[in-house]
Design a protein around this ligand. Structure first.
Ligand code: XIL
Length: 960
């Protein structure tokens, strides 16, 4: 049967994000050139010599072809065997296929055989690079086939055949080295690389750990006939690896892309394209791209961009799974050099534009300190916050082992460029290594005095080392991060910190930070502080700790928001609330996601979305400027979209939340702050439900059904408006916030009856003015009333042709405040020609807002309908959300002081709860928005309640 759900559905099915960059294939090779062929037919060893104790002889006993092959005997170590110097034969940057035949001496047990390259980079240390592997047998010939290339100039290049069996004797025959791609014309680090596995070789890919099997297969392919299969994996991080040392260099930008698919029968798993870098033996890992829920049914592209910010002496990319050991295919890998676009030198510096307001900062990583990104940072930003480099996992990965590589890179960059440094962060539940919360034997610390003392000691040692090291440079520290949980009765997050030490970890952290970094302002930092319940919980915690004397100087509002939410007036309430506490405030991690919710995933954003983001930044910074006395800094979480964390959080998808785009060019978001007159024109849209409100200046029930749409000015003037329609009129209700009273304050209404969007007035275009004192132009019905913060205006504009469903109307609304001379409009119809109707937004006439009167009553909840339900009003779901048939239902509603009651009677001939997913079991779902704020995505108070026919209940929402 069709699985149906009632009273609405949220289908939170997240599909794989297809990545962001389509890498162009790199030009392929010319004709293959054989540079070495050893067949031993002339009776000599042809330049091969014995390594270690190995003895070589040309033998007629077992030729692969012809009459001779090379026999190796006398081996006493795995690396003993025939070797040959190939330095003069193989050019750096070119690619070679190396093929050889091997057979074990009679009677030998099977043994693993490897072709290996012993190479010494000029002036560097000797390395051993695996070229090919196969299992050798005495019964017949095995082929070794591999791909090889090297980049850096080298003083030694020796190819040799070895075996895991230190004593086995074997024959070698018909070894060839063929150049499959010439050295690139340009610099090797701009040549890129492609691997399609069509030639039958692994094209330089090999097993990363050594225990997994990596082999070309014709069993599946993304393009062509072949792909690369990795099997026999023992851990999630086992996988195929590709050496990119020399192919990517510091400060340059690359696109990387690979297609992945699981082998048949493997259950879906998240996969990653990752990078391992090392310098003098210290490893670091980075995710370049991720794909959620990769299956055996479909190829999925993992793609991303990467800029190397530090020196390395080892660099590989590899493919891994997030968990498990599934076998998988990869295909059509491409590494593409992306030439950096120069930053715009001729646009104003953000830090200059905002110099009278507050310092403007950006989160940064070492990659931001080189090349064009460094220029972008130094031109526009007066402060940086290390995005990851000063977190616990980066600075003390194992106990007492302090690593400051990336942190020092950022600190020296800041010092060298006169940029202020914010520290982030000393105590957090995330990105903190497990050892912090464990005994040396790995068992977890628990809530007892000894463990508490141990944990606080570790915290103190950590802070002394990290905050102490930068005491002269860091001007503000996010000492504590994300410690509030508004869903706990006491408002405190149940992190191990809290569970083991109560509030003492915060007391210790601030005390020690103050002691070792007395010049730094100490902050407590959190997200969602612009939401009412979190705001209150955060406020109460800060007030309590400060009252105790804990040295908290300031609160950080992360402000990870999106284009729609949180509303500006709620953000403003947060600034106002903390201003009363007398603490410094900073916006610490601002970004404005172009995604509206936690589900959407788009391949690109429509220009209107990026433009709307520009207006949102304009309004935000106007608000910040009004609070310049309370805000001591504003920091954006990244300088440009190429590096945003939102490409991996809350799951891999495209996002563009920052001021500069992927190519470091200024976005509308930047112009919204610097010069709003340069914002692109935008056509906003709004659904206008049907209704017949009374035009009397009163707020009748109809106007409480939906939230108002905001319009902002640069100052205090602002408003929220709504629209309705019936056959004859367009109705407009505006709540204006305008504390300075003047009878000539006004609302201008612009209507384009046929939505022609022309630049001059045609028939049906009109402008109406309604003044605060109620006087208005002829041709409409209007009324105004004073309110506590301004006035309300209600108007009815006659429709020339009868209003019909889905009809579009051109519309704009502009407020003006005589006292300040400011104006504010919905679709940015600010100072332009009033008759340019192309600058107005669009209303669409829509169905009424669903509404039902609910009677009061208290039923018993036992699955049987009490008599009290008899007179309750009834609704029935009418809209098929998925499918077109299946179950039907009616629902009745009642309320009392503490509950909303629902009685749903479902007609469903076949009941099915067989799916492991609750949302695919036959059930009733109730969606409740108690404050009726009608936002996209859940607010604090919103809940989704699912009850299946067996009374299994699942609840989602932000309230835990
Ligand atoms: C993020 C970083 O930007 C990412 O690179 C990392 O993978 C996860 O952490 N709140 C915080 C920041 O306080 O530390 C987080 O930074 C973003 C959310």
């Amino acid at each position: 049967m069709t699985l149906r759900r009632f009273l609405g559905v949220i289908a939170a099915l997240v599909t794989v994000a297809a990545g962001t960059v389509a890498a162009a294939p790199v030009a392929r090779a010319a004709d293959p050139v054989v540079v070495l062929a050893s067949d031993f037919e002339n009776g000599t060893t042809q330049g091969w010599f014995g390594r270690g104790s190995a003895a070589l002889a040309v033998s007629p006993d077992a030729p692969h072809a012809g009459a001779a092959s090379l026999l190796t005997t006398g081996r006493t170590a795995t690396w003993n065997g025939p070797g040959r110097d190939v330095l003069g034969l193989l050019a750096p940057g070119a690619t070679y296929a190396i093929r050889a035949q091997v057979r074990l001496a009679p009677g030998a047990a099977d043994a693993a055989m490897h072709l290996t390259m012993q190479r010494t980079p000029t002036g560097g240390a000797q390395t051993f690079e695996r070229v090919a592997s196969a299992t050798g047998t005495a019964a017949g010939w095995a082929e070794l086939l591999g791909e090889y290339s090297y980049q850096a100039d080298s003083s030694e290049l020796q190819l040799y055949l070895e075996s895991d069996d230190a004593g086995v004797s074997y024959y070698l025959d018909d070894l060839t080295i063929t150049q499959t791609a010439p050295p690139p014309n340009g610099p090797p680090d701009e040549a890129g690389a492609v691997s399609d596995f069509e030639g039958g070789t692994t094209q330089g890919w090999s097993s990363r750990i050594g225990r997994e099997t990596v082999a070309v297969t014709a069993a599946d392919a993304h393009g062509g006939q072949r792909s690369l299969l990795t099997s026999n994996r023992a851990a999630a991080f086992d996988g195929p690896a590709f050496n990119v040392l020399g192919k990517m260099t510091k400060g340059k930008k690359y696109a990387l892309s690979v297609w992945v698919k699981l082998a048949p029968g493997e259950p879906a798993v998240d996969m990653r394209l990752s990078l391992e870098r090392r310098l003098a033996g210290t490893q670091a890992f980075q995710t370049i791209a991720a794909g959620n829920g990769v299956t055996s049914g479909q190829w999925v592209q993992l793609s991303g961009t990467f800029v190397l910010g530090v020196d390395v002496d080892f660099l590989t990319v590899y493919v891994e799974t997030a968990g498990g050991t599934a076998s998988f295919y990869i295909d059509d890998f491409a590494l593409t050099f992306l030439p950096a676009k120069p930053i715009q030198a001729d646009i104003p510096s953000l830090k200059d534009v905002l110099s009278g307001d507050f310092p403007i900062g950006a989160a940064a990583s070492p990659a931001d300190t080189v090349g064009e990104k460094a220029k972008l940072l130094t031109k526009h930003f007066s402060s940086i916050t290390p995005g990851n480099a000063m977190k616990w996992d980066a600075t003390e990965p194992t106990e007492g082992n302090f690593t400051f590589g990336d942190a020092d890179t950022l600190a020296s960059f800041a010092a060298a460029n006169g940029i202020k440094l914010r520290g982030h962060t000393l105590v957090w539940h995330s990105q903190t290594p497990d050892w912090v919360f464990q005994h040396p034997d790995g068992t977890p610390l628990t809530a007892n005095p000894a463990d508490k003392a141990l944990l606080l000691r570790r915290l103190e040692t950590h802070i002394r080392a990290v905050a102490g090291r930068y005491a002269d440079q860091i001007y503000a520290w996010d000492v504590a991060n994300e410690v509030v949980d508004e869903n706990q009765p006491d408002g405190l997050r149940r992190s191990p910190w809290y569970v083991i030490t109560g509030l003492d970890y915060l007391r210790t952290a601030f005390r020690v930070a103050h002691e070792v970094a007395p010049k730094a302002k100490l902050f407590i930092n959190d997200y969602n502080t612009e939401y009412p319940r979190k705001r209150v919980a955060f406020f109460n915690l800060v007030r309590k700790l400060r009252a105790e004397g804990v040295p908290i100087d300031g609160v950080g509002h992360q402000l990870h928001i999106n284009i729609e939410r949180q509303r500006l007036d709620e953000i403003e309430k947060t600034f106002q609330a903390f201003a009363k506490l007398g603490v410094e405030q900073q916006v610490t991690e601002l970004d404005v996601s172009a995604n509206f919710d936690f589900v959407q995933s788009l391949p690109s954003f429509p220009p209107d979305v990026i433009a709307a983001q520009g207006y949102r930044y304009r309004d935000l910074f106007n608000l910040f400027r009004r609070y310049r006395d309370d805000l001591t800094a504003v920091t954006v979480w990244g300088s440009a979209d190429d590096g945003t964390w939102l490409k991996s959080f809350p799951f891999p998808r495209l996002d563009q939340p920052l001021l500069f785009d992927e190519d470091l060019q200024a976005k509308p978001a930047y112009w919204g702050i610097v010069d709003p007159s340069r914002l692109p024109q935008l056509t906003r849209t709004l659904r206008t439900p049907a209704a017949h409100p009374r035009v009397d200046g009163q707020r009748d029930l109809q106007w409480t059904l939906l939230p108002g749409t905001d319009v902002f000015s640069a100052g205090k003037l602002r408003g929220q408006f709504q629209t309705r329609w019936d056959g004859r009129f367009l109705y407009v209700d505006v709540e204006v916030t305008d504390p300075t009273r003047d009878p000539a304050d006004a609302v201008d209404l612009f209507v384009d009856q046929d939505n022609a969007k022309t630049t001059t007035f045609g028939p049906g275009d009109a402008k109406y003015r309604v003044r605060r004192d109620g006087r208005h132009t002829a041709g409409l019905i209007a009324a105004t009333r004073p309110t506590a913060t301004g006035y309300r205006m209600e108007a009815a504009i006659p429709l020339r042709a009868a209003g019909t469903l889905d009809r579009p109307l051109g519309f704009d609304l502009r407020l003006s405040d005589v006292h300040s001379g400011q104006t504010a409009s919905w679709n940015d119809n600010q100072q332009a020609q009033d008759t340019d109707t192309s600058r107005w937004g669009t209303l669409t006439l829509a169905t009424p807002v669903g509404q039902v009167d609910v009677g009061r009553g208290t039923p018993v909840i036992d699955g049987t309908p009490d008599r009290i339900w008899a007179h309750a009003s009834q609704v029935s779901p009418q809209v098929h959300v998925t499918g077109t048939a299946g179950a039907t239902a009616t629902a009745k509603l009642l309320w009392d002081a503490s509950h909303l009651y629902v009685l749903a009677t479902v007609h469903d001939p076949t009941l099915d709860a067989s799916s492991p997913n609750a949302f695919e079991q036959d059930s009733v779902e109730l969606f409740v928005d108690p404050d009726n704020s009608k936002n996209t995505g859940y607010n604090d108070d919103d809940g989704q309640y699912r009850i299946n026919f067996n009374n299994a209940q699942t609840i989602s929402g932000n309230f835990g």
